[in-house]
Design a binder for this molecule. Structure first.
Ligand code: ZN
Ligand code: ZN
Length: 255
């Protein structure tokens, strides 16, 4: 039971990671209603303690220097096992670099909520643990929290490690598609697709590819919780190779 709660918590955190941190903030493929953004931000804080502007900056640097020196977490540069098992350390190192933040997350401002609450990642995690404790009792809460932490860290790391090492490469570059990883990460395993069209809110680019994060987005769109800026991907241009933007408005700094 505690393990199932832990796995469900990590799936919720992975869904928020792909929708909020990745597709909405880092690539601006979605526009969230203010209430939606606040709920996503609070839930990311409680389940991961991540500071969104740091995540967006580190991720944008990954797109700017994919698998070349400057990439914060490339298995080509660091080796597969280091990224798979120590992604969090590589992430922290990049997130502490003021130059990375200055260059890649200028558009994400620090506000009063950050100063009061959300910049204290440890506090979010502590409150999250207390919620589990109050619901499940302390022994079950510790097992659930431990399962969540291990599952969340390993699956996020797998997108960076396996997603640049093994799998199909339908588009130029070293990023790969793995359906099984996409199934566990709400579509993030379609990483070759994502690097080919980074500003697309939709990661599945061919029939039979699984991006259930996109299905959740469609539902949220119907409920007027958000709107999608970029989802039309120019497959002909993609097939010719090179990076493709979902439309011409894209600011290259956000890619
Ligand atoms: Zn990548
Ligand atoms: Zn990305």
């Amino acid at each position: 039971m505690a393990v199932i709660v832990g796995l469900l918590t990590s799936q919720l955190a992975l869904l928020l990671t792909t929708l909020y941190l990745h597709r909405a903030l880092a690539h601006r493929a979605l526009v969230l209603k203010p209430g939606t953004a606040f709920v996503f931000r609070a839930l990311i804080w409680l389940s991961t303690g991540i500071k969104p502007r740091e995540w967006a900056a580190v991720h944008r640097r990954h797109h700017a220097y994919t698998d070349v020196p400057g990439d914060p977490h490339s298995p080509v540069l660091e080796g597969y096992w280091k990224v798979q098992l120590w992604n969090v350390g590589l992430y922290k190192k990049a997130a502490r670099d003021p130059e990375t933040l200055r260059k890649y997350s200028r558009d994400i401002k620090v506000d009063a909520w950050d100063k009061a609450l959300f910049d204290r990642g440890w506090l979010g995690l502590l409150i999250g643990l207390v919620v589990l404790w109050a619901t499940l009792g302390w022994q079950m809460a510790l097992v659930a929290a431990g399962t969540h932490v291990v599952s969340y860290l390993l699956l996020n790391a797998a997108v960076n490690a396996i997603g640049h090492k093994w799998g199909r490469r339908p588009y130029p570059g070293l990023a790969t598609n793995n359906q099984w990883l996409a199934a566990l990460t709400w579509g993030e395993g379609l990483h070759s697709n994502h690097h080919a069209a980074p500003t697309s809110a939709r990661f599945a680019l061919a029939s039979g590819q699984l991006d259930h994060g996109w299905w959740v987005l469609q539902l949220a769109r119907k409920l007027h919780l958000l709107s999608v800026r970029h989802d039309e991907v120019h497959l002909t241009a993609l097939a010719q190779g090179g990076q493709v933007y979902a439309d011409q408005e894209q600011d290259p700094e956000l890619v």
